[in-house]
Design a protein around this ligand. Sequence first.
Ligand SMILES: [Zn+2]
Length: 394
Amino acid sequence: MNALDHRKLGAKLDLFHQQEDAPGTAFWHSKGTTICLLLENYVRSEMQRAGFLEVRTPQLMSRTLWERSGHWSKFGDHMFVFEDGNRQYALKPMNCPGHVQLYKQHIRSYRDLPLRFNEFGVCHRYEPSGALHGLKRVRAFTQDDAHVFCALEHVNGEVSRFCRLLQRVYRRLGFDDFKVGLSTRPDNREGADEIWDAAEAALANAARAAGLSYRTQPGDGAFYGPKLEFILTDCQGREWQCGTIQLDMVLPERLDLSVANSDGERVRPVMIHHAVLGSFERFVAMLLEHHRGRLPFWLAPDQIVITPVSDQQDEYAREVSDQLASMGLRCRVDTADETLSRRIVFARELMIPVFIVVGKREANNRSVSIRELDGKQMTLSIEEAISHLKKLET
Ligand SMILES: [Zn+2]
């Protein structure tokens, strides 16, 4: 296995593992969990700013709901099904039908739209064991999933908003550009051709209005609607499909959604599905390979290791660590019984971005000696070090 393979990096950096007892699923270690939580909280703050309401919906729902949504007949081969007495249930492969139930809890007026829900939902999809591949192809994954219930005239604005959000998020994660594909109606689909004509035209129009140039991918749409797919290229030139936005006029029809228009008539809203990262598992795999394990400072599980030159500086090292931690920086003190140069080597192997040495001189001056993974070195007071490190986070 290539040293830059995410599975290899995941083991070396102590992020996650997989074992035969849970095929296609990750056991996230503490450091890997930290990365997932940092990503999740970052996306959460962006979604809140964009007016989304965060929700949670059931993992297991009855066959009758999946039949009504169309998943049972069109997506059933990918669903894990369970019996409970004479009822059947399926683990959710998507969050959409759950969000529709939330929409239907109230009578909706056009003034309520666009209504936006988001969920960090764990989904399960069956994949044959031969197709499973590390975190890239899994059976259980967390999606940064979101649904917007709106009128057709909102679609352009929502697509533009989504593109700006994607650009900002991808840039922060180290990607300056993306390619876009417009996936159109698949053979295996729900909904009449007129509905698909309208949905494809509206999504293509919204893509042009947002200034996107896209390639058309005939037949690659979801069973309920066409989608725009956002493709990132990693440092090795490989393409990864990550974000997606889909326009759906089928589920609102099948699940009988309505909204009162300004004349008080009940009309159908449309539904937009979107995910910025897609699956966290896949996105972490891509980040690891793209950055060769050296994640951006803000995303590194251990950002800083502080090492005292001798045990006489242990107390000062802990004091520095406490001060950095109180500023929200993730650091630990390394008092291992090793030479300083060995400890530097270990920290480098673990790709820890900042290594701080405190010796007698630093303890006397109340300063720290900083060595960054890219080779920069400097000696700063504790206060200067905090402001320098906080700047690295932005
Ligand atoms: Zn959806």
